[in-house]
Design a protein around this ligand. Structure first.
Ligand code: G
Ligand code: G
Ligand code: MN
Ligand code: NA
Length: 259
C-alpha cells in the first residue's frame, strides 16, 4: 500500500498537521477545550483526513510514532494557549489508538511530553474507544491507572457504540464519556425527536453524573440538538453547530469567548 510506506517519511518531512475542534460549555457557550484531529498534507494525494490513514497506521504500527508526534504537538500548542490565557486555560483532548495502549510505552511518552512542554496534566485529556480499554485485564488497564494517577483526564470516545460492558466504568479511571454522534442525530427535530435516542442520551447523562463523570455530546449540528442536550443536563458539546475543526490560529481568536 502506497500510503503505508510513505507514512514514516511523511512524519519526518513534516507533512502531518493538527486541526482543533472546540469543546463548548453547553450552559455558557464558552470554549473549554479542543479535540486535536490529525490531517496529512500528502505530496501526491493532497490533503487526507484521518479516516484515510489511521486504519492503515493501526495495522502497520505507524500509529505509534504518529501518535507520539500528535501528542507532542497538541501539548506544545495547549501549553502556548495556557500561557496566553492563564486565568481560564483550555484543555486539549488527544485520540489514542488501541495499538498505542498495547504496543508502546504510552505512559512514558505522556510523562516525557508533559515534562518537556510544561503542560499541566489536568489540561490533557486522552480519548480511547471502548474496545481500546476493554478486553482482558493487563497492559491497557495498568497504563490507564498510571495515566490517571499522573492527573491526566481519560475520556471514552464514541461511547455507546462499542461493547456495552458497563462494569468497566466502575473499574477504570474514566472521567468523561463522549456520547457518539449517532445518538445526537435523533434529537434533531423539535416535534419528532427519536424517542429511543432521547431516552439513551438522558440515561447516559444520568449514569455518567451518578458515577461522577462528565458527558460530552459529539456531532451537535443544530440549535435544537444543543437545546435538548442542555435540558438533559449534558455538560459539553462538540459539533458543527458551534465550530468545525480549525487551525490553531483561529482557535486562539476564540479563547475566552462564547460561541
Ligand atoms: O477529523 P475527523 O472527523 O475526520 O476524524 C475522523 C476519525 O479520526 C475520528 O474517529 C478521530 O477519532 C480519528 N482521529 C483523528 N485524529 C486522530 C489521532 O491523532 N489519532 C487517532 N488514533 N485517531 C484520530
Ligand atoms: O474522535 P472522533 O471520531 O469522534 O472525531 C470527531 C469526528 O467527528 C471528526 O471526524 C469530525 O470531523 C467529525 N465531526 C465533528 N463535528 C461533527 C458534526 O457536527 N457532525 C458530523 N457529522 N461530524 C462531525
Ligand atoms: Mn475523538
Ligand atoms: Na468520536
Amino acid at each position: 500500500q502506497a500510503l503505508s510506506t510513505t507514512m514514516r517519511s511523511g512524519l519526518e518531512h513534516g507533512e502531518f498537521f493538527l486541526e482543533y475542534q472546540p469543546l463548548v460549555n453547553l450552559d455558557t457557550g464558552v470554549i473549554k477545550g479542543v479535540e486535536a484531529l490529525v490531517r496529512w498534507q500528502h505530496p501526491r494525494f493532497g490533503r487526507l483526513g484521518p479516516d484515510r490513514f489511521i486504519p492503515i497506521a493501526e495495522e502497520t504500527g505507524a500509529v505509534v510514532p504518529l501518535g507520539r508526534w500528535v501528542l507532542q504537538e497538541a501539548c506544545r500548542q495547549a501549553r502556548w494557549w495556557q500561557l496566553r490565557h492563564p486565568s481560564d486555560p483550555i484543555y486539549v483532548s488527544v485520540n489514542l489508538a488501541a495499538r498505542q495502549m498495547w504496543d508502546s510505552d504510552v505512559v512514558g511518552d505522556v510523562a516525557a511530553v508533559l515534562n518537556g512542554t510544561g503542560l499541566p496534566p489536568r489540561l490533557l485529556q486522552l480519548e480511547l474507544t471502548e474496545s481500546a480499554v476493554m478486553g482482558p485485564a493487563g497492559r491497557p488497564l495498568e497504563a490507564l491507572r498510571a495515566l490517571a494517577g499522573m492527573g491526566v483526564r481519560i475520556a471514552i470516545d464514541d461511547f455507546g457504540t462499542g461493547y456495552s460492558n458497563l462494569a468497566y466504568l466502575n473499574r477504570l479511571p474514566v472521567h468523561e464519556l463522549k456520547l457518539d454522534g449517532s445518538f445526537i442525530e435523533g434529537l434533531q427535530s423539535a416535534e419528532h425527536p427519536n424517542p429511543a435516542d432521547a431516552q439513551i442520551v438522558a440515561a447516559v447523562v444520568q449514569l455518567a453524573h451518578g458515577l461522577g463523570l462528565g458527558v460530552t455530546a459529539e456531532g451537535v449540528e443544530t440549535l435544537q440538538q444543543a437545546k435538548r442536550l442542555r435540558d438533559t443536563g449534558c455538560d459539553t458539546a462538540q459539533g458543527w453547530y458551534y465550530a468545525r475543526a480549525q487551525t490553531p490560529e483561529s482557535i486562539t481568536a476564540l479563547l475566552g469567548r462564547g460561541l
